[in-house]
Write a protein that binds this ligand. Structure first.
Ligand code: PLP
Length: 369
């Protein structure tokens, strides 16, 4: 039998395994705790609008059929809502699949890919898998994006510039003026992938979607959104991208598997959009809670990044892996950030008021122990 190294692509071995962390039930059974606060994956604890759950319970008569490969009703709804051509929309099994599709469709060995750092790991991982060379632009000590450096780097040709706005994990963002400057400075040969997973939370701050500024972009672009965060549908796996042209979307579609969006996800996302008020209300609650939590943590002496997402990036000033382990034993699940230079940071999602309170109480207990 051949050794596995001969079978597997060497790039694969460079990629650290993705740490999804423990789920609610695993923590309950491992530590024998019933009250668990899961604040590790930036989900929306309010879930989707009740109408989504109702429609799902009635939607099982067509489950024996393959899903609509084009997700037509949903495509039309999104196109209308965002005022973009239907043919420029591509769907993914979560926006993470779209990151994979984009990287697999574009990156050749040795290609330069610019990203912000610390980063959503998949922006780097799929680049590495294709043999691309990741160029990290580190945020500053205030956990904010260094626009001057970003503009300088982006002016040089690269295969991709990929980052999320607001950023995960720091929550920092480029404001409309900064985004405009970046777009104008970008090299026209570079494909821009702007990941707006947290758009619905950010839109209430000094932020605008890249979609509002696309006429400033000289090259090709793809903008990513997801139903996993504000829309409360992480478990159904659905996200989408808007591409700068139909030709680009058609090219990416060759990498996409034809039935990548399951029927229930398509139905649920459409009904969720029809009941936007529910999402808007939960986003407002989250923003209030985020600001309350940030203020409390800062008053306890922690460095907390300004965030427009549904999460906070907190410097625990000690090994965050150990800190998170101690919190876990008390039933609070948070994400220790393992990337170099940030391994004293925790990323904490904004939960329900009760979950956030539990986090603060558990934090104080770990600090005191
Ligand atoms: C910045 C960013 N992009 C993409 C994703 C992937 O989201 P999904 O695949 O659930 O749409 C996440 C998830 O946490 C994220 O933080």
């Amino acid at each position: 039998m051949a050794p596995l190294e001969k079978i597997l692509r060497p790039e694969l071995m460079e990629i650290p395994p993705y740490n999804t962390g423990l789920g609610l039930n695993e923590v309950r059974s491992r530590y024998g705790i019933t009250a668990v606060a899961k604040l590790s994956s930036n989900e929306n604890p309010s879930g989707p609008a009740p109408q989504v759950l109702e429609c799902l319970s009635q939607a099982n008569s067509e489950l024996y059929l393959y899903p609509n490969s084009e997700a037509l009703p949903l495509r039309k709804a999104i196109a209308q809502r965002l005022d973009v051509p239907e043919k420029q929309i591509i769907f993914g099994n979560g926006s993470e699949e779209l990151i994979s599709i984009i990287c697999r469709s574009t990156i050749n060995s040795g290609d330069r890919v610019i990203t912000l750092f610390p980063s959503f790991p998949l922006h780097e991982d799929y680049t590495k898998l294709m043999g691309g060379s990741v160029e990290r632009l580190v945020i500053n000590d205030n956990l904010q994006i260094d626009l001057a450096k970003l503009v300088e780097r982006a002016a040089q040709p690269a295969k991709l510039l990929i980052f999320s706005n607001p950023m995960n994990p720091s929550g920092s963002w480029l404001n409309p003026e900064q985004l405009r400057k970046l777009f104008e400075a970008m090299h026209p040969e570079t494909l821009l992938v702007l990941d707006e997973a947290y758009h619905e939370y950010a839109v209430h701050g000094d932020y605008t979607s890249g979609l509002e500024l696309t006429e400033r972009i000289k090259g090709h672009w793809i903008l990513l959104r997801t139903f996993s965060k504000s829309w409360g549908l992480a478990g159904l796996r659905i996200g989408f991208g808007v591409c700068s042209s139909t030709e680009l979307r058609q090219a990416l579609d060759r990498t996409r598997t034809p039935f990548n969006i399951n029927s229930l996800a398509q139905i649920a996302a459409k009904v969720a959009l029809d009941h936007e008020d529910y999402m808007l209300h939960s986003v407002q609650q989250t923003i209030l809670q985020r600001e309350h939590l940030a203020k409390e943590l800062r008053s306890r002496g922690y460095q907390v990044g300004e965030s427009l997402g549904n999460f906070l990036f907190i410097n625990a000033n000690r090994s965050s892996a150990k800190f998170a382990e101690e919190l876990l034993k008390l039933g609070t699940i948070v994400k220790p950030w393992p990337q170099p230079g940030y391994d004293t940071f925790l990323r904490v999602s904004i939960g329900t008021p009760a979950e956030n309170e539990k986090f603060l109480v558990d934090l104080a207990q770990v600090e005191a122990s």
